[in-house]
Design a protein around this ligand. Structure first.
Ligand SMILES: [Zn+2]
Ligand SMILES: [Zn+2]
Length: 227
C-alpha cells in the first residue's frame, strides 16, 4: 500500500481522505440524531441519495460506472424506486443507463437464449454497506463520548435491525450497556405514547384531540424495521 492509499479510500468512484470521512461520519450521526427515525437509517438513506445524485449528475456517461451498473443489471428495487421518487433531474440519467442495460440484455438473449445473471449487487447497496460499516465503526469507538450519548438520547432510537447490528459490533459490556440504557428509555417513552394513542381512540376520550402521540404508531413501525 503506498503512502497516499493509506490515507484515502474510493467510495462510489470518488476518492476521499480517510480522516475527513471519519470526522464526517461522526458528525453525520450527531446530525441524524436530531431528525426523524433511526439515526443509522437516516445516515444510510442520505448516503444513498448523495450516491445516486452524484451518479446521475456526473457519472452516467462514465465508462467505469457504466460497466459497474451493467454488472448488477441496474439497481435493486429499493434504490430504483429511490432514484425515481427522490432524485431530481434523474429522468435522462435513468434513460441512458436503462437503455444501455436493455441493449446489453437483448444482445445476451439473442446470443444465449436467456437473461444473464447479475455478477454484483446493486451499486447503491454496496455504497450503503460501506457507510453502514463506517457508522458502526465510529459508534463502537465513540458511543460513550458525552456528545454522542447526549445526541442519541434526543433521537427516536435505533431500529431493531440497526440495534442488533450495533450490539454485535460493540465489544465491551460498558458500551453495550450505554446504548441499551438509552434505547430502552426511548422505547419505554414510545410505549407510553402508544398507550395514549390507544386511549384516545376510545370514543369516550375522542374529544381530547391528539397531541405528540398522534404519529407514535408510525415511529413504532419504523423502529420495528428488521434487516
Ligand atoms: Zn435503522
Ligand atoms: Zn440497492
Amino acid at each position: 500500500m503506498d503512502s497516499e492509499s493509506k490515507h484515502t479510500c474510493i467510495l462510489g468512484g470518488v476518492q476521499y481522505d480517510w480522516a475527513m470521512i471519519t470526522t464526517a461520519t461522526y458528525d453525520l450521526f450527531l446530525e441524524a440524531c436530531r431528525l426523524e427515525g433511526c439515526p443509522i437509517c437516516r445516515v444510510e438513506h442520505d448516503a444513498d441519495l448523495r450516491y445516486l445524485d452524484r451518479l446521475f449528475y456526473g457519472l452516467v456517461n462514465d465508462y467505469n460506472t457504466r460497466v459497474r451498473v451493467r454488472a448488477s443489471l441496474g439497481f435493486c428495487g429499493e434504490h430504483a424506486r429511490m432514484a425515481m421518487d427522490e432524485i431530481q433531474g434523474k429522468a435522462l440519467g435513468l434513460t441512458i443507463i436503462y437503455d444501455d442495460l436493455l441493449r446489453v440484455a437483448l444482445e445476451h438473449i439473442n446470443n444465449n437464449g436467456n437473461l444473464r445473471k447479475n455478477e454484483k449487487k446493486c451499486p447503491a447497496c454496496e455504497n450503503r454497506d460501506e457507510m453502514n460499516g463506517r457508522v458502526l465503526s465510529e459508534l463502537s469507538k465513540y458511543i460513550t463520548d458525552a456528545p454522542i450519548l447526549a445526541a442519541f438520547r434526543t433521537s427516536q432510537g435505533l431500529c431493531f435491525g440497526h440495534l442488533r447490528q450495533a450490539l454485535e459490533h460493540l465489544r465491551s459490556a460498558e458500551k453495550r450497556k450505554a446504548i441499551l440504557t438509552i434505547q430502552c428509555d426511548i422505547m419505554q417513552e414510545l410505549r407510553g405514547e402508544l398507550a395514549e394513542f390507544i386511549r384516545k381512540n376510545d370514543y369516550r376520550f375522542a374529544g381530547e384531540g391528539f397531541g405528540a402521540e398522534k404519529d407514535s404508531w408510525k415511529r413504532a413501525v419504523r423502529m420495528g424495521k428488521q434487516w
